[in-house]
Write a protein that binds this ligand. Sequence first.
Ligand SMILES: *Cc1c(COP(=O)(O)O)cnc(C)c1O
Length: 409
Amino acid sequence: MALVNEHFLKLPNNYLFADIAKKVNAFKTTHPNVDVISLGIGDVTQPLCPAVIEAIHRAADEMATQASFRGYGPEQGYDFLREAILKNDFLPRGIRLDMNEIFINEGAKSDTGNIQELIRWDNSIGVTDPIYPVYIDSNVMIGRAGVVEGDHWSNVVYMPCTAANGFIPQIPDRRVDVIYLCYPNNPTGMTLTKDELRKWVNYALKNDALIFFDAAYEAYIQDDSIPHSIYEIRGARKCAIEFHSYSKTAGFTGVRCGYTVVPKEVSAATISGERIPLNHLWYRRQCTKFNGTSYISQRAAEAIYTPEGKQQVRATIDYYMQNAKTMLTTLQNLGFEVYGGQHAPYLWVKTPNGSGSWQFFEEMLYGAHVVCTPGIGFGPAGEGYIRLTAFGQQEKTSEALSRIEKWMK
Ligand SMILES: *Cc1c(COP(=O)(O)O)cnc(C)c1O
């Protein structure tokens, strides 16, 4: 008899976005003539920029002739892309990394989910709450998260981020071995200053803990005093692994490419106290389980770093951030308590009159025909909030805002 990994059975069956779709479909069935606008999607809407498209065409043509055809590439990614990353994403911020510390991935979701394979099942993990669900669910699957107790996992330390603490996670009073941080944050759209981030790096160094830092939204930062990378903090290369993605930076959600940084100094201990560098372990893991990101995707990513590519990518980010700005001012003028939206494509909105996330979701769907994401879907501290995204088309976003305006008045 083959036995199943029962940890999978602990995962809740309902998937947030499936639940939302179900409720939206129910509305559409009873209101067939009403068109609904979604400000809930976490996907981009604008097409790839011309520099990227040209690179994809060129790479496809190379694949068409024997002389320039490419099969399996290096597991860690092609040098041309890793060099461009070092030169553009890190050197200008005074961060010196080695090529072998960069691992090209197929998007950050897989690696943020897979990285926990490098640590023992009985490490404790700490997460900010609300949170990108991948961090917890990937730990549930291996048995590290424990069991569900109400709305919490028994072996997960939650660090609530709410209006009451300015969305700044506090150092927990219980020991945690591994901390997941994501800044700019999905779902709250909030950031950490260098001083706040330094507290976490110092905590990790002092307590021999690891930080898994998700920088998927760093391209949305509008003010360079906010850290784009955790390696801007001294000592982080001893304790932090960082994840990058071109999905939100350059609309690569359907192309699939990003990278993971595992500095050579980051290590974890064996039971007998020997230090094991995680860079080597991750390389070993990738060589076994991963055969590289497609050549075409890597050439597409390289094009983002050309002068035209940089300018075009910036224009699309500005387009989304224009949405965010309009949303922020409109909602604030309507009297909503709104957070985020300044350095991230997300706005985190307090539901009025203390209504629950799902209740307000339904009220807005039926009253304004606009879809949001209920905050509770991202963790217990998300109750009483909703998430709105700035990834929509500008016309649709404006239309959604005027509907909300009319509905509120
Ligand atoms: C969108 C997103 C990612 C990126 O996922 P990809 O697999 O690269 O598309 C990573 N982390 C967070 C928090 C995200 O919201």
